[in-house]
Ligand binder design. Structure first.
Ligand code: SF4
Ligand code: SF4
Length: 226
């Protein structure tokens, strides 16, 4: 899932300091699971804002909605007719959801209330660890299911580097060396041959936003473009 954390309250308050009416939009998917921007977090933020602005003698009117997904046109359409009269929108979705919302309402300033931090896993209640950087060329099959782009400090495709130290990474003894782990995993699976050949480096030059079209929708997409 996409992992995010809420921004400090003072930062959010300052972004909307000149607005009399704001509309807060939450998202019920990833950011709700990681306790950053779901319905509950929207309610908490709205209450904090109301209390703080009343205390400042500068009351604020807040409208609100939590969509199933902010990164999906189908759900964004639910806002139609509800938010056009507001001075600003506060989005509690991930960076993709915030941008998509801003694209749909280009006349209204959209402010982010969360910082998007990673693609990660839910390790424990309230604990999320990064596992993927969406590189677009997954090598997990070769590396025993351990991502060298995310877990290795240098993102090496051929490791370990000379800094590996008894299982730790040279940047920090508490950080496991990804390539030590990859080696250990492949030995266990009797697949060490996987990393005997040199893997060519990824071509990072093509860093434009990527579009993924599932095969069943390719034809439809091409027809729409024509
Ligand atoms: S190699 Fe790592 S960063 Fe790339 S897609 Fe796979 S898990 Fe994600
Ligand atoms: S010590 Fe291991 S994890 Fe750290 S940079 Fe070198 S290969 Fe990567």
């Amino acid at each position: 899932m996409i992992v995010a954390e809420r921004k400090p309250f003072d930062e959010i308050k300052s972004m909307v300091k000149d607005c009399k009416k704001v509309f807060t939009v939450g998202c019920s998917t990833c950011v709700a699971v990681c306790l950053a921007g779901g319905e509950k977090e929207v309610g908490i933020l709205n209450s904090e804002l109301e209390i703080a602005r009343n205390a400042d003698g500068n009351p604020i009117e807040i409208g609100t909605a939590t969509l199933q997904r902010q990164c999906d046109t189908e759900f964004l359409l639910e806002l139609k007719g509800k938010i056009e009269d507001y001075d600003a929108i506060i989005s509690m979705a991930c960076g993709a959801g915030i941008q998509f919302l801003a694209e749909h309402y280009p006349d209204i300033p959209v402010f982010p209330a969360v910082d998007t931090t990673s693609i990660g896993i839910n390790k424990d209640v309230g604990v999320y660890e990064e596992r993927c950087r969406a590189c677009g060329t997954c090598v997990l099959g070769m590396t025993g299911g351990i991502c060298p782009v995310t877990m290795c400090a240098k993102g090496l495709y051929n490791g370990p580097c000379g800094g590996t130290n008894l299982g730790s990474c040279e940047i920090n003894k508490d950080q496991a060396c990804a390539w030590f782990k990859i080696h250990e995993r492949l030995v266990k699976q009797d697949r060490l041959q996987n990393i005997m050949d040199v893997t060519p480096p990824n071509d990072w030059r093509n860093q434009i936003p990527r579009t993924t079209i599932q095969p069943a929708y390719k034809e439809r997409c091409e027809e729409q473009k024509a």
